[in-house]
Design a protein. Structure first.
Ligand code: ADP
Length: 210
């Protein structure tokens, strides 16, 4: 497999790029989607979260109330550390299982990881960063994702800076233009992805080196 890391700050358009790459035939392994799957009612992960953070993180249907959980960890560093300690290993294991399935194929596999700059991975065939100005990300998150500008800014401030993210990029997608322009860039990057080397057997594992 050719293993490509895809990252971008919240609101950069990473999910949109990921969907376009899937249309080209990439196998997308999406860290956020896996996290959501593992947090469904009935999943062991949700039970552990309730044990640690209390039943107030559930809504009336017994589903995870992401806003309630976010509110707890946003103001409490220890809670955030615990959350990461609980969630990351399970999500990591599921991502590894999905990569192992692809290891000996010729597929292009995209590891879609919001915090790739913060949590680097071993031996990737390449890294793509989706980049936009912070103000534009805030504007799109408010307009299309129903987020207040204040919330959007706080979330962006909690992530790696644009510079830190750009420093790990082999290819940068500038998403400050139209969706049409974005699509054009994704087509170009897809051609580049196809030229990359196959990944080594241990590729994709988390590394401690920051
Ligand atoms: P991310 O996954 O990085 O948080 P999304 O892909 O969800 O970002 O994009 C944020 C919002 O902006 C979405 O509603 C998406 O449809 C919209 N969007 C993405 N790229 C563009 C673009 N080039 N022009 C207009 N809207 C866009």
């Amino acid at each position: 497999m050719i293993l490509i890391g895809l990252t971008g700050g919240i609101g950069s358009g990473k999910s949109t790029v990921s969907a376009l790459l899937a249309e080209h035939g990439a196998i997308v392994i999406d860290g956020d989607a896996i996290t959501r799957d593992l947090q469904r009612p009935g999943e062991p992960l949700l039970k552990v979260l309730v044990e640690r953070f209390g039943p107030e993180i559930l809504n009336s249907s017994g589903e995870l109330d992401r806003g309630a959980l976010a509110a707890i960890v946003f103001t409490d560093k220890e809670a955030l550390t615990d959350l990461n300690k609980i969630v990351h290993p399970l999500v990591g294991k599921e991502m590894e299982r999905r990569m192992a399935e692809q290891r000996h194929t010729d597929n292009v596999v995209v590891l879609d990881i919001p915090l790739l700059a913060e949590n680097p991975r071993k031996g990737l065939s390449g890294v793509i960063v989706v980049d936009i100005e912070t103000d534009l990300a805030v504007q799109r998150l408010s307009a299309f994702r129903n987020m207040s500008a204040q919330d959007a800014r706080a979330r962006i401030a909690n992530q790696a800076s644009r510079e830190t993210r750009l420093a790990i990029a082999d290819q940068v997608i500038d998403n400050s233009g139209s969706l049409e322009e974005l699509k054009f860039q994704v087509d170009r990057v897809w051609e580049w992805m196809l030229t990359r080397d196959h990944a080594a057997n241990d590729a994709g594992a988390a590394t401690d080196a920051l």
